[in-house]
Design a protein around this ligand. Structure first.
Ligand SMILES: NC(=O)c1ccc[n+]([C@@H]2O[C@H](COP(=O)([O-])OP(=O)(O)OC[C@H]3O[C@@H](n4cnc5c(N)ncnc54)[C@H](OP(=O)(O)O)[C@@H]3O)[C@@H](O)[C@H]2O)c1
Length: 194
């Protein structure tokens, strides 16, 4: 595996979705073609994916994946996908969905193996990305910042990280979005990552 990357669209005020998991604000941003092209480039390097229950359930609902499972393959190919959940969620026929739970460190080897030579994409939500940071397992944060504020909603990254932990390495404009990339440093007193 190359890198573990939290890549997400976010509002200007640091939300991934509304309180009831709505993403209409994202699809309402005009001219998102440039942002989608940049995302396509990112996906080429992704070997495996990881997400939490709410994100998986949003995809199931929004894309009607249980009725049209071929849409998953069209979007994500055959990439292994780890879903962190304490519940028994329905698998998507034909997709490599692996339900896991508990400490992310306990699954680091299987996620690394599944990603092969590609990157591990932490899709969301923000607390799950935070769990990877807590475990010293996140290398990079890539944000597509939309010109939207929500006032409340699902948080981008509910953790405290100082400038000693985040280094800005790239900034680009993609239509109405600002694409920013930060490298994440592990705390200096932390043991080496598993
Ligand atoms: N803007 C974007 O591009 C973007 C990107 C990603 C996601 N989203 C959206 O943002 C929202 C994120 O929702 P969210 O903040 O609630 O995050 P989430 O990570 O999708 O779901 C959180 C839930 O995942 C389960 N979970 C997380 N860590 C776990 C662990 N270590 N072990 C077992 N279960 C674990 C728990 O649910 P259970 O205990 O109930 O299983 C937890 O309540 C969703 O609506 C999603 O669609 C938007």
């Amino acid at each position: 595996m190359n890198r573990t990357i939290f890549h997400t669209a976010t509002t200007l005020d640091g939300h991934l979705a509304t309180d009831d998991d709505g993403l209409a604000w994202l699809f309402a941003v005009p001219g998102s073609d440039d942002a989608e092209a940049a995302f396509g480039d990112f996906m080429v390097g992704v070997g495996a994916m990881v997400m939490g229950t709410a994100t998986y359930e949003w995809l199931l609902r929004h894309e009607r994946l249980l009725d049209a499972p071929e849409k998953w393959t069209a979007m994500y190919g055959t990439r292994p996908t780890f879903v962190f959940s304490s519940r028994s969620l329905p698998p998507i026929p034909g997709a490599d969905i692996r339900l896991v739970s508990g400490d992310v460190r306990g699954h680091s080897e299987s996620m690394r193996d599944a990603a092969g030579t590609g990157d591990l994409w932490v899709v969301g939500g923000g607390d799950l990305a935070g769990q990877f940071i807590d475990a010293g397992m996140l290398d990079e944060i890539r944000l597509s910042i939309a010109p939207v504020t929500l006032g409340s909603g699902k948080p981008l990254l509910p953790r405290v990280l100082g400038a000693d932990r985040l280094t800005l390495v790239a900034v680009e404009r993609a239509g109405q979005f600002v694409e920013v990339v930060y490298e994440v440093a592990r705390p200096s007193d932390e043991e080496p990552r598993p």
